[in-house]
Design a protein around this ligand. Structure first.
Ligand code: ATR
Length: 276
């Protein structure tokens, strides 16, 4: 019986229990995935009692991805580099921290667009929050290096590029500059919260001209079809959706805990129905 879970606040609407129960079922594994909603002023005492719960692993979400780090016994290189942990594996009582956001995102793109994304692809990331950092890091690690970052606060884009040593190939841009140059990019990834329900009528960027065969991706999954993706669709782009990332980062976490990597294609359609 695998005991898994999620810590965060608030997490009442989390889709992770549904996803991990499906993953357990797909592997004929018996287990449970519990929500541990921890109020911010009770973080430390709750983490200490979590140590006694005999979990095999758990996910970490907002606002605890950084705060969990001092409670770990070990940390994986990518998570350490990013300064954020979203998955913990308990090994012989030791807590080991990982970050599956960037690598989950990368594999969700390559699983469907292996021919579109190449080492030579020119990529634009919109936004400079935790998700953008993870995605930027994963792309560099996988050898895709021409990755520019645009952000409302351009200094944050600059900082990510500097911290992750991408200065040779990457340019920080304002959102307006990114809008003017959008037709240069093979892949455009929207990582901000702009366009998320209930603000479906918003898009971080307006554009009229895109590169032929460009891939447009939005990590927002509610709604599934954001205004940004609808516009890209009108202009003939290939589309990659937020729920694909969500599923793949969960599969990566599941692989860390169980050593098994369930097939995503069967689950994705079921997941779309849950999101509707
Ligand atoms: P996460 O860690 O979940 O990726 P975050 O740290 O809250 O998210 O980052 C939010 C991102 O969305 C940032 O890039 C933020 O831009 P700023 O760095 O300039 O704040 C961007 N963002 C949020 N609301 C925005 C808005 N209304 N217009 C433009 N950018 C916005």
């Amino acid at each position: 019986m695998m005991k898994l879970g999620l810590i965060g606040y608030p997490i009442g609407h989390s889709l992770s229990p549904w996803i991990h129960n499906q993953l357990l079922e797909s592997q004929n594994l018996e287990g449970s995935y519990q929500l541990y909603e921890i109020e911010p002023d009770k973080f430390e005492e709750n983490i200490k009692s979590l140590k006694k719960e005999n979990l095999e692993g758990f996910n970490v979400t907002v606002p605890y991805k950084e705060q969990i780090i001092p409670f770990l016994d070990e940390i994986d290189q990518a998570a350490e580099f990013l300064g954020a942990v979203n998955t913990v594996k308990v090994e012989d009582g030791k807590w080991v921290g990982y970050n599956t956001d960037g690598i989950g995102y990368f594999s969700s793109v390559t699983s469907r667009f292996d021919n579109t994304l190449k080492d030579t692809s020119k990529v634009l990331i919109l936004g400079s929050g935790g998700a953008a950092r993870g995605i930027y890091h994963a792309f560099l690690q996988k050898g895709v290096r021409q990755v520019d970052i645009a952000n409302r606060t351009v200094q944050k884009a600059e900082q990510i590029i500097k911290e992750l040593n991408g200065e040779e190939f990457s340019e920080p841009l304002t959102i307006q500059e990114a809008g003017n140059r959008i037709s240069e990019y093979d892949v455009v990834i929207q990582t901000t919260s702009v366009g998320m329900s209930p603000n479906e009528n918003q898009s971080i960027i307006e554009f009229d001209d895109i590169k032929e065969n460009a891939l447009f991706s939005d990590i927002v999954y509610r709604p599934m079809n954001t205004k940004f993706l609808k516009r890209a669709d009108e202009l003939g782009a290939f589309l990659h959706y937020g729920h694909e990332m969500l599923l793949h980062q969960a599969i990566y976490a599941f692989k860390i805990w169980t050593g098994r990597e369930p097939e995503s294609s069967e689950l994705i359609e079921k997941f779309e129905n849950v999101l509707k």
